[in-house]
Design a protein around this ligand. Structure first.
Ligand code: NB4
Ligand code: NI
Length: 187
C-alpha cells in the first residue's frame, strides 16, 4: 500500500511529464499499480485508517504521483450519507476528454493536491460536463458522461497525466475572480 512518503511532490519532474500510454494486457506491475492506487483512496477515506497510516484523504490519485509516468489514475468519489454507493469508482487508463460543455465549473472550496504540500487558494475553473473515453483494467473501452463533482475530479487526474497541476489554472492576479458569470460553483 502507498504511504505519504511514496507520493511525489511538486518539483519532481515526473509531475510535469506527459505520461506514456498503457499497453494491454496489463503487466503484473501495472495491475499492482492499479490496485495499490485504489487501495490508497479507500484507506484514506476512512478517518480511522487514514489516521493510522498518516494519509491525507483523497478522491483521486494519478500514477505520476507515485512516480510512474503512465496514463493511469484511480478515482473514488464517495456517495452521500443516505446514498452510500460511490458516485464514481474506477481505475481509468489512457483517458481522453473527447468533448466537454462550454459551461465552466469550479469547486467552491478550491482544490488541493496530494503532491502539493500547501493548499493554494482560488477557483480552479474547469468544464462542468465532460465525455471521457478510457480503458478499464481489463482493457475494455468506456465512453461516459460525467458532470459536476465527479467531472472535476476526473479533470484534475487527467491533468496530472498531461503534466498539469491545479494551480496552473488559478487566476494569479485575483484567485477568486470568475471571468465567466455562468460558472457553476460546486459545494
Ligand atoms: C484530488 C481532488 C482535488 C480536487 C475535493 C476533495 C480531497 C484530493 C486530490 C478535485 C480532485 C488528490 C489527486 C478530499 C476530499 C471529500 C470526500 C470522503 C471521506 C475524506 C474525503 C475528503 F479528500 N479533495 N483531497 N484531495 N490528488 N474532497 N474529500 N471525503 O483528493 O492530488 O491527483 O474521506
Ligand atoms: Ni492532484
Amino acid at each position: 500500500m502507498y504511504l505519504m512518503k511514496d507520493i511525489t511532490r511538486d518539483g519532481d519532474p515526473v509531475l510535469r511529464q506527459v505520461a506514456a500510454k498503457v499497453a494491454f494486457p496489463l503487466s503484473e506491475a501495472d495491475q499492482k499499480l492499479a490496485h495499490d492506487m485504489m487501495e490508497y483512496l479507500e484507506v484514506s477515506q476512512v478517518p480511522e485508517t487514514a489516521e493510522k497510516y498518516g494519509l491525507r484523504p483523497g478522491v483521486g490519485l494519478a500514477a505520476p504521483q507515485v512516480g510512474v509516468s503512465e496514463m493511469m489514475a484511480a478515482v473514488l468519489v464517495p456517495g452521500t450519507e443516505d446514498h452510500p454507493k460511490p458516485l464514481f469508482k474506477e481505475v481509468i487508463i489512457n483517458p481522453v476528454i473527447v468533448s466537454h460543455s462550454v459551461q465552466p465549473a469550479a469547486l467552491s472550496e478550491g482544490e488541493g493536491c496530494l503532491s502539493v504540500d500547501h493548499d493554494l487558494p482560488g477557483y480552479v475553473v474547469r468544464h462542468d460536463r465532460i465525455t471521457v473515453r478510457y480503458q478499464d483494467i481489463d482493457g475494455k473501452t468506456h465512453k461516459i458522461r460525467l458532470r459536476d463533482y465527479p467531472a472535476i475530479v476526473c479533470q484534475h487526474e487527467i491533468d496530472h497525466l498531461n503534466g498539469h497541476l491545479y494551480y496552473d489554472l488559478i487566476n494569479q492576479k485575483d484567485p477568486y475572480q470568475l471571468t465567466d458569470q455562468n460558472t457553476v460553483l460546486i459545494d
